[in-house]
Design a binder for this molecule. Structure first.
Ligand SMILES: *[C@@H]1O[C@H](CO)[C@@H](O)[C@H](O)[C@H]1NC(C)=O
Ligand SMILES: *[C@@H]1O[C@H](CO)[C@@H](O)[C@H](O)[C@H]1NC(C)=O
Length: 589
């Protein structure tokens, strides 16, 4: 079924250039391509010409540089504008495309038989994303490409993607990215950053873990198993009573088919935080996401049990982001693209209120994300930050890289493999520790981006680390790239109730919600004193709030056949600046 207008509407702009129309739009050049089929995927067949899907066009946002300038001012604790977050309207004015870009893209769409004003052509509030319903045949003509059906080896999921795409030369200045094209990851294929740890025996029922007395010392069990009592005592939040629960919120980004279970949360609270029994969270369904209470997810339960376990009674929101079922060749149903970022982030940006803290526990090897796509998504995080949200990502569970760590540029060079979005300079990336006193846990992801330059806020700390490192690992990592993690928290032996029984779970997936809980309490404190929330954190934590972290000085993160980096005094690419000390941070923020 063709639901767009079949009439070819000739754009006026096309005439005004005085170029023959076909020449204007036929002069195409490559936007992005891969030299090999992304690893883990295999080509199955050509995509059926009449398969219908939603094509997203990411327009160049004409005020993005200005937005970043604002963000750097409002997140700099010594600046007069500190924490004066932008409004939704101000952000939309900056992320809107230039009218010339709108004219050019609309003329191109019209040339291809898409009525830019048709009801099926959707635009975000700012107009920076256009979503069109197209057939494969039409997308192939517009993008000078051939789509294929590719299958993911471990999940069996099939997607419609391409190894390269092009745009008319004139549009390269107006369009940043088109999706789905060469970004292959889906919610199913992404790397989760948590895993069950059956070798760690769950902690026995213990009255001292149910509720810590004020000022209590850290229970001895915390050296091997972690409960909210451990984290609250370690990070010094035990005695803090939240006061701003009518305005403060914490959001957890969820997965496809990963559901946070309400009954399990109650069982968890009865076992590990009795004063919070009855505490809950709300679930928001994004893009067809579900809330199946018969299917509790390890990751979802881990995240929500620990964000609630630390931040209670701060309202917590679990975002269950959907996606249509994977591509099936015989289905006539239009399918959306199952892409993990765009739908969710654009959903959040369309809301009138956004949680002031957001935690996410998944990622990809950076090299598997097309660079223009990674930049676009990273800018979406900056856009949320400019509106006052602190965004946490787990740093990954493979140290400096998993497997043989070879490049996908056809040369198969071995290099450390940074992960994305951990490598985006506008998120706060969280590594892992274990034991008491804390040391780095060996899987803690850390490294240096090959896409994003080192941001100025971490110049001093990262330079100091690099001077100490000398020539070790030279060539394996990008010394001028954005370095991560920024901070760390416990990441092993977390007690999580799943389907009624308690399991040990590990991963930097545990560390990120822990840090999110602590920063939600700091936001609560700021709100209670009449201040705004902290927003984008990195310029603050690398400067005036640095002493609020407990520096982790031992451990390392092996990977790629090496011993990895070593944690030491000061910032390091294993545990960042260290683990949070709430009482100290409270005085610094
Ligand atoms: C290192 O990072 C910089 C800054 O993002 C980038 O321009 C450069 O290409 C990267 N170098 C390598 C070898 O990846
Ligand atoms: C918590 O506070 C105590 C006492 O001030 C301090 O010794 C400890 O290092 C703090 N914990 C962390 C993780 O910084």
């Amino acid at each position: 079924m063709r639901i767009w207008s079949t009439a070819i509407v000739l754009g006026l702009a096309a005439f005004s250039l005085g170029k023959p129309l076909a020449r204007r739009w036929d002069d195409i050049s490559e936007k992005h391509s891969w030299v090999e089929v992304p690893r883990g995927w295999s080509y199955k067949s050509a995509a059926p010409a009449d398969y219908t899907f939603d094509l997203k066009i990411g327009m160049k946002q004409h005020g993005m540089e200005e937005l970043i300038d604002h963000l750097m001012e409002i997140s700099n604790p010594t600046h007069a504008r500190y924490a004066q977050h932008l409004t939704k309207g101000e952000v939309e004015a900056l992320t809107a495309p230039h009218p010339d870009s709108v004219d050019a893209v609309d003329a191109w769409l019209s040339f291809h038989g898409v009525d830019p004003a048709h009801a099926s052509t959707k635009r975000t509030q700012a107009g920076d994303w256009i979503t069109l319903r197209v057939t494969v045949e039409q997308a192939e003509r517009m993008l000078g490409t051939k789509y294929g059906v590719y299958e993911h080896s471990s999940s069996g999921e099939a997607v419609v993607r391409t190894l390269s795409y092009s745009l008319p030369k004139e549009l390269h200045n107006h369009i940043d990215v088109v999706a789905p094209t060469t970004y292959f990851s889906t919610l199913h294929s992404m790397k989760k950053t948590s895993f069950l740890q059956p070798e760690i025996k769950p902690v026995e029922d213990d009255a001292t873990l149910k509720q810590l007395a004020p000022g209590a010392t850290i229970p001895s069990s915390c050296s091997s198993t972690i409960t909210p009592a451990c984290l609250r005592a370690l990070y010094n939040t035990t005695d803090y009573v939240p006061k701003s629960t009518s305005t403060n919120k914490l959001g957890v980004a969820g997965y496809l088919q990963e559901y946070a279970n309400r009954a399990d949360l109650q069982t968890f609270l009865k076992k590990y935080r009795t004063d919070a029994v009855g505490g809950s969270f709300t679930t928001q369904l994004v893009n067809g996401g579900l809330d199946n209470q018969n299917q509790p997810g390890v990751e979802a339960n881990l995240d929500i049990q620990y964000t609630v376990g630390i931040s209670y009674p701060t309202p917590n929101i679990y975002y269950s982001t959907g996606g249509s079922p994977p591509f099936t060749p015989d289905s006539a149903t239009p399918s959306n693209t199952n892409e993990p970022y765009l739908d969710f982030l654009n959903y959040l940006l369309a809301q009138s209120t956004i949680p002031q803290v957001l935690t996410t526990s998944y990622g990809d090897d950076e090299q598997t994300v097309p660079q223009d796509y990674a930049i676009k998504v990273c800018n979406l995080f900056a856009t949320l930050g400019a509106q006052g949200t602190s965004i946490f990502f787990s740093s990954g569970d493979s140290g400096v890289g998993a497997g043989d760590c070879t490049t996908n540029d056809g040369k198969k060079t071995t290099i450390f493999q940074p992960s994305f979005p951990a490598s985006c300079p506008y998120v706060t990336t969280v590594g892992g520790t274990y034991r008491v006193p804390e040391v780095a846990v060996s899987f803690s992801g850390g490294g240096f981006s090959r896409y994003f330059a080192r941001p100025s806020y971490q110049n001093t700390d990262v330079s100091t680390f690099l001077t100490g490192l000398g020539t070790k690992y030279s060539g394996l990592y990008n010394a001028s790239g954005r370095a991560y993690p920024d901070v760390a928290a416990q990441g092993q032996g977390f007690q999580v109730v799943i389907g009624g029984s308690t399991n040990s779970v590990g991963g930097t997936s545990a560390s990120s919600p822990t840090i999110a809980g602590v920063f939600a309490l700091l936001n609560d404190y700021r709100l209670s004193t009449g201040k705004t929330t902290l927003g984008f954190l990195n310029p603050l934590i690398y400067s005036t709030a640095k002493s609020g972290f407990n520096d982790i000085k031992s451990g390392s993160n092996p990977g790629c056949g090496t011993n990895g980096f070593t944690a030491g005094a000061g910032w390091d690419p294993v545990t960042g600046l260290g683990t949070p000390n709430f009482l100290a941070l409270q005085k610094l923020v």
